[in-house]
Design a protein around this ligand. Structure first.
Ligand code: W6P
Length: 421
């Protein structure tokens, strides 16, 4: 009862977005002080975001909000919220406070531009650039910090804060499958004939928020613990090579396809990539999206031609284009396409044909497992990953021939973090 009031209170505060560029700017030169400042920021921000999700879960249509799996997920959010607000902030001496205050002021003026590719510099948007440096976020500031020595209390705090958020991230690993369970429970309860747009919108918001929270936690934990790799700032790679990621995703998707259909050789994937395209991105997100699209294409092709067709499958084409604003990856298959009328179903969470039994095995596995599933959650969630950093994912289908998937990625990476309420 007391906890719930606190949650309601925190849910009244607006969430604060953090863009990819801000994360890179902030994490470029991790120091005791900057990790502490980031911990302070997240210690305020994460409870607000978690509280918003509890509220959303409560405002779901009746019956759905009462399904056991949904209640379970809500409880995880409330538990994580509680852990965070009960973690005591460090006692700061006046001296320490002063040092930290001045450290962030000085550093924000001397931080080097974070654009790794000189070709990008002329594309920078001055109005966004200016905002980046002095970004007033409500009453809070999120600025880089120069290196100063921190007191033992501060170091202990940062360490226990990181441990806490890592625990939160682990607790929430099974959220997607558990919410999917909840949707199935709801469908058994009242059979909806059509795609419920309210529930679809909720799930988009909910999973988008989850991506954001996990990104912030993953970034912070990696900045604190490493691995510290060349060209990486936390989980962000400043020189992500699309060609390499695509090659990796192609090999994995074809392997999965061969396993699943018992093929000697999966359909070929021909890549067209003009030179080495490097840009700032989160490699795991990119890999996840390309892998997901390829699985769908491979599946369509194999199921159209049958599994005896072997060497003669029409190849899948993967074309990479880079413009000033966008990098676009087009994946074209000749898998027979999908009728235009069923295109919306491809993006619908509730439409999934997977039954409870199919969800179960995924239960204990971590995030990015992915068997050769049908139209599950893979596509809508991949679209959320794309949108999270200002990109998008679109499908155009020619019924009777094949499908083109367009994955647009924002090259400038300074889009604001999407936060819906
Ligand atoms: C299809 C259906 C689909 C969804 C997503 C990506 C590619 C494809 N191909 O036939």
């Amino acid at each position: 009862p007391k906890l719930h009031e606190k949650i309601q209170h925190f849910a009244r505060f607006p969430q604060t977005g953090v863009s990819l560029r801000q994360m890179v700017l902030f994490g470029q030169k991790p120091s005791q002080a900057s990790l502490f400042k980031a911990s302070q920021f997240l210690h305020e921000e994460l409870p607000i975001r978690l509280a918003h999700r509890v509220k959303d879960l409560e405002e779901l249509p009746r019956y759905l909000s009462e399904m056991p799996s949904i209640l379970k997920v809500k409880d995880w959010y409330a538990q994580s919220f509680q852990e965070l607000i009960e973690l005591p902030p460090p006692r700061l001496s006046r001296e320490m406070k002063e040092k930290l205050k001045h450290a962030s002021k000085n550093a924000s003026q001397t931080i080097p531009p974070c654009v790794p590719n000189p070709a990008n510099v002329h594309l920078a948007r001055p109005h966004l650039e200016a905002r980046l440096m002095t970004l007033p976020i409500g009453h809070r500031y999120f600025n880089p910090v120069e290196d100063i020595r921190c007191s033992p209390e501060v170091l202990t705090y940062t360490d226990s804060f990181v441990k806490t958020i890592e625990g939160v991230k682990r607790r929430h690993d099974p959220v997607v499958t558990t919410v999917a369970q909840g949707i199935l429970e709801y469908k058994e309860h009242r059979k909806p004939q059509v795609v419920d747009t309210e529930v679809e919108k909720f799930l988009d918001r909910f999973y988008m928020s989850r991506i954001g929270i996990r990104m912030l936690i993953g970034q912070h934990s990696t900045l604190y613990r490493g691995p510290f790799r060349q060209d990486y700032v936390g989980v962000i790679c400043t020189k992500t090579s699309i060609r390499e990621i695509a090659q990796d995703a192609i090999a994995n998707a074809r392997y999965i396809c061969e396993e699943h259909y018992g093929l000697f050789k999966a359909p070929e994937v021909k890549m067209f990539c003009p030179g080495d395209i490097e840009f700032m991105y989160v490699p795991s997100h990119l890999n996840h999206m390309i892998f997901e699209l390829l699985k769908n294409s491979l599946r369509a092709v194999v199921e159209r031609y049958g599994s005896d067709y072997e060497d003669d499958y029409p190849p899948i084409k993967l074309v990479i284009a880079h413009g000033k604003e966008d990098i676009t990856i087009k994946i074209s298959d000749e898998g027979g396409g999908i009728p235009r009328s069923s295109l919306p179903d491809v993006w619908a969470y509730m439409y999934t044909t997977a039954e409870r039994q199919e969800l179960e095995p995924e239960f204990n596995k971590s995030e990015f497992k992915a068997p050769m599933a049908g139209f599950g959650y893979g596509l809508p969630i991949s679209r959320l990953y794309a949108r999270y950093f200002g990109g998008d994912l679109k499908l155009i289908s020619m019924e009777g021939y094949g499908t083109d998937a367009y994955l647009h990625l924002n090259r400038l990476s300074n889009s604001d973090e999407p936060l819906i309420m």
